[in-house]
Ligand binder design. Structure first.
Ligand SMILES: Nc1ncnc2c1ncn2[C@@H]1O[C@H](COP(=O)(O)OP(=O)(O)OP(=O)(O)O)[C@@H](O)[C@H]1O
Length: 227
């Protein structure tokens, strides 16, 4: 479902004499449907950079990144937008939302974008918010004023609203209490069971061991960082 072939990335620092930093050198791996692969490696190894390249936020200088039949490296912006709507989900660490939109609509929005009727989308959003222990009295409010942990759970509910065939998870259990951490791990297990291909960054080692089938040590592909 997700396949990287000979992928490399450099950053050019235009404000520092155009210094070129090699971050990822020649990484290849694939993730099958129903599989969860963890990106590991020391701080600065390039885990988040690689995840942003797979999502198409960062340019990739060399190689192929295939999600289904789309090569993100060469895809047109409109094809990337379509891929993100239908196929590729991304749960970042932080919620970014349009102010004043109620929480229930924030969570239902990815389904509405796919043409799911409002009632069905809201039913799914309600079920997820309930499962993630967001009190119903908050659903009609914008999440912008919510606590950090509440915002993270709204973000996770939104990220899991649509059953994406491929998902990228950046520290989905960071700063959650034990009960909510458990809910998130079970959501990941459910997604795997329905056949999602997942790539995740988990500093929580127990969580990683539980839900991930394999680990890719990104440090092996970081010039100057190899052990
Ligand atoms: N936009 C950018 N411009 C220039 N350099 C960058 C940029 N983003 C990341 N880097 C550099 O790329 C390297 C990898 O960073 P990245 O954030 O991917 O590491 P990480 O493995 O996710 O680390 P952590 O576990 O600390 O989050 C770092 O040396 C960082 O300084």
């Amino acid at each position: 479902m997700i396949e990287l072939k000979d992928v490399s990335k450099t950053f050019t620092l235009h404000n520092q004499g155009s210094a070129v930093i090699e971050v990822i050198n020649n990484v290849s791996f694939s993730v099958a449907s129903g599989e969860c692969v963890a990106l590991t490696g020391a701080s600065g190894a390039g885990k988040s950079t690689l995840m942003r390249m797979i999502y198409g936020n960062y340019l990739t200088q060399a190689g192929e990144i295939r999600i289904g039949d789309v090569d993100i490296v060469r895809a047109e912006p409109r094809d990337i937008i379509k891929l993100r709507r239908d196929v590729l989900g991304y749960v970042s660490q932080f919620l970014r939302v349009v102010p004043r939109v109620p929480t229930l609509d924030v969570v239902a929005e990815p389904l509405r974008a796919l043409g799911v009727p409002a009632d069905d989308a809201q039913d799914r959003a309600s079920a997820l918010l309930t499962r993630l222990n967001i009190p119903e009295r908050l659903w009609s409010l914008s999440p912008t004023t919510f606590s950090g942990g509440e915002q993270q759970r709204v973000n996770i509910a939104r990220g899991f609203a649509h059953s994406y065939p491929a998902m990228l998870l950046d520290e989905p259990t960071a700063s959650l209490d034990a009960a909510n951490r458990e809910v998130v791990l079970s959501l990941i297990e459910d997604a795997k069971a329905r056949g999602a291909a997942i790539i995740g960054i988990f500093h929580d080692e127990a969580a990683r061991t539980r839900v991930c089938d394999r680990e890719i040590d990104v440090g092996r592909f970081t010039p100057g960082m190899a052990a």
